[in-house]
Design a binder for this molecule. Structure first.
Ligand SMILES: C[S@@+](CC[C@H](N)C(=O)[O-])C[C@H]1O[C@@H](n2cnc3c(N)ncnc32)[C@H](O)[C@@H]1O
Length: 332
């Protein structure tokens, strides 16, 4: 293709990419996907059920059709199968609150030009700070993302058939791994390390799943909290490595190795990039999130994880794709 034959359409859509975040976030805020799933078929019906204007409902429907999340045909508007699976409220995989959270974060992206100039966050409210209110909203919103990943990891580790195992979740957030795995295995027990206010949220959510009696929390900074020695069969380090620098990752992974019984397995879940940083696309984009919000974080390469895990005392290391943009790394 020559330069004369090129059209600016793709770049126009990228420049206006915030429309996608806005339309999806606004539709999620008004539960439009849930109302469509329940049978609303046009702008007037949606407006009435959602308590919004008919003009606003039509605008969101047009945007959602453009984004490929809603289809329009003879019978009116319907969710695509993708929207029905991931945006209808009440399903464990629902990403609706995450869409609303990202809409609220949109202003921060406008600071990216200055952030890249100075090489890090412009405020002190970074992910490293204790009691950062950011986490309280984030951990609940991202729990749905981790459901397919926790399920994939459980299959790889045969968690359901593992009997009386002890699980350690470092920075466990919503407790989604514990909730999922304790539900699969009635003899397992889990301990989560996180900040106090986050553990309070996790205790509530894990109890709602009916497995709270086998779930213990330790409040504090995971850099300075003792993990114990040779006490756990499985450890989880999910979406933590991307906020830490290499030295802290090595130190934390070594502490986890010490907390695992001989032969125990570490499960890392994160957005891992190829060694030449040519992909995958989601992980490459996520590096900007960490530049905005952390002092040392980024999306790390497979080679980085391999080197750190080896230094931390692991030798059997494998990488596994999941049904999400995240990769699971198993290390023994
Ligand atoms: C991105 S969330 C990941 C939550 C969970 N592991 C998941 O994958 O859904 C990061 C979690 O680490 C916790 N965290 C971050 N820094 C921490 C620290 N220094 N000490 C304890 N917890 C920390 C946050 O409170 C949050 O729950």
């Amino acid at each position: 293709m020559t330069a004369d034959e090129l059209a600016p359409d793709r770049i126009m859509r990228l420049i206006n990419g915030y429309w996608a975040t806005g339309i999806l976030g606004a539709a999620a805020s008004h539960a439009l996907f849930t109302h469509l799933e329940a049978g609303a078929r046009d702008a007037d019906q949606l407006a009435e059920r959602a308590g919004i204007s008919a003009r606003g409902a039509q605008t969101l429907l047009d945007g959602l059709v453009s984004l490929g999340l809603v289809e329009v045909g003879d019978g009116g508007y319907r969710n695509t199968i993708e929207a029905a699976t991931f945006l209808v409220e009440g399903k464990p995989t629902c990403l609706s609150s995450f869409a609303q959270l990202k809409l609220a974060h949109m202003g921060a992206v406008s600071t990216l030009p200055e952030t890249v100039r100075v090489g890090g966050p412009l405020t002190d409210a970074t992910v490293e700070v204790a009691d950062n209110p950011h986490w309280e909203k984030l951990v609940q919103a991202i729990a749905a993302q981790s459901v397919p990943v926790a399920t994939t990891a459980a299959e790889l580790l045969r968690v359901a058939e593992a009997g009386e195992i002890s699980i350690l979740d470092v920075g466990g957030g919503s407790g989604i791994y514990s909730a999922t795995w304790l539900s699969l295995n009635p003899a397992a027990r889990a301990t989560q390390l996180d900040w106090g206010p986050i553990n309070a949220i996790a205790r509530r959510l894990v109890a709602e799943r009916g497995v709270g009696d086998r779930f213990t929390c330790v409040d504090g900074d995971f850099h300075t909290t003792d993990f114990g020695t040779a006490v756990h069969d499985i450890a989880v380090y999910s979406h933590i490595a991307h906020q830490e620098g290499p030295q802290d990752n090595i130190a934390l992974l070594a502490k986890i190795r010490g907390a695992l019984k001989p032969g125990g397995t570490l499960v890392i879940c994160d957005f891992v990039v190829d060694d030449d940083r040519s992909g995958p696309p989601f992980a490459l984009l996520f590096a900007a999130e960490m530049l905005l919000k952390s002092r040392q974080g980024t999306t790390w390469r497979q080679a980085d994880y391999h080197a750190w895990l080896t230094k931390a005392g692991f030798d059997d290391i494998s990488f596994h794709p999941t049904p999400s943009p995240a990769t699971v790394i198993l290390a023994r």
